[in-house]
Ligand binder design. Structure first.
Ligand SMILES: NC(=O)c1ccc[n+]([C@@H]2O[C@H](COP(=O)([O-])OP(=O)(O)OC[C@H]3O[C@@H](n4cnc5c(N)ncnc54)[C@H](O)[C@@H]3O)[C@@H](O)[C@H]2O)c1
Ligand SMILES: O=C(O)C(=O)C[C@H](O)[C@H](O)CO
Length: 258
């Protein structure tokens, strides 16, 4: 049987690498994108290859339309198919700044990478998937967006980030609605506080929140593998008759309690 191909943006590090690893173990071939050079993520690539995946790495910026087109051309040339898209790449604002003062420059950077890039990448991939669906009986597409608890949990020092993740929520619903007729499900995962480069600078703050308050019901940090397990279940088609669904993987942080 033809191996399915999954594209994971930002797939060589952090949460993205947790997702790539699980997909490699589940028999997918992989395309990883990221801002770094391939040589800087060689260890991640080798580890995925050791799990049996053929890996294509595309260095580029998800917010650039030229980079997105070049990446899709490279995938077409290398694998000739694309079955799963995971919109994972994202950034937090470089500086935490109160929304009464935060800069337009930070807003543009965060929105371009976290929302505009994924929106137009999804548009391009969806069109490719529709064509593939008509031509290939083995095709079984799926789109997974990595949102955040920040889509619904307010953090006034990261307003642009929160707005970008709320936008991912609507983007997931929109594409789920549009791609239903092609039987291509669209899912969204909303991670809570996960160990990665993104949280490396705020470990003390999050240690306090997780271990010294009752915010996190499961009382532990999330790890990239937690997100990988759910994303792989979605990519494998293990959530039949579901689309447009949002699943929080946050140790229960968003469960409202009195
Ligand atoms: N870590 C958390 O606690 C947490 C919580 C909720 C949601 N998230 C979301 O999970 C996703 C992954 O975050 P992470 O924690 O693994 O962060 P990370 O900083 O460890 O990894 C981010 C990845 O995205 C890539 N990336 C960043 N900007 C890019 C760009 N312009 N073009 C292409 N690739 C780019 C990086 O190269 C890297 O591979 C993000 O969308 C983030 O918002 C993270
Ligand atoms: O996405 C979220 O909600 C996060 O918690 C992301 C990171 O932890 C945070 O932006 C790091 O500064």
């Amino acid at each position: 049987m033809t191996k399915q191909v999954a594209l994971i943006t930002g797939g060589a590090l952090g949460i993205g690498f947790g997702i790539s690893t699980r997909l490699a173990l589940d028999g997918f071939n992989l395309v990883l994108s990221g801002r770094r050079d391939a040589s800087e993520v060689a260890e991640s690539i080798e580890s995925l290859q050791a799990h049996g995946a053929e890996v294509l790495y595309c260095s580029g910026d998800v917010s650039s339309s030229e980079d997105r087109s070049a990446m899709l051309e490279e995938i077409e040339k290398h694998f000739g198919r694309l079955d799963v898209l995971v919109n994972n790449a994202g950034v937090a604002p470089t500086i935490r700044a109160d929304i009464l003062e935060a800069s337009e420059e930070s807003y543009d950077r965060v929105m371009n990478i976290n929302l505009k890039g994924p929106y137009f990448l999804t548009q391009a991939v969806a069109n490719w998937m529709i064509k593939q669906k008509n031509a290939d009986s083995e095709f079984n597409g799926c789109i997974i967006n990595i949102g955040s608890i920040s889509a619904t949990v307010v953090s006034v020092a990261r307003g642009d980030y929160c707005v970008s993740k709320a936008g991912i929520g609507m983007m997931s619903s929109l594409f789920a609605a549009r791609l239903g007729e092609f039987n291509i499900p669209v899912f969204e995962i909303r991670p809570g506080i996960i160990k990665s480069n993104m949280t490396a600078g705020v470990t003390e703050k999050y240690d306090r929140l997780i271990f010294e308050t009752d915010l996190c019901i499961l009382k532990r940090w999330g790890v990239p593998e937690d997100i990988g397990k759910l994303a792989a279940a979605m990519a494998r088609g293990d959530l039949p008759y579901a689309t447009g669904q949002v699943i929080y993987v946050d140790g229960g942080m968003t469960v409202q309690r009195l």
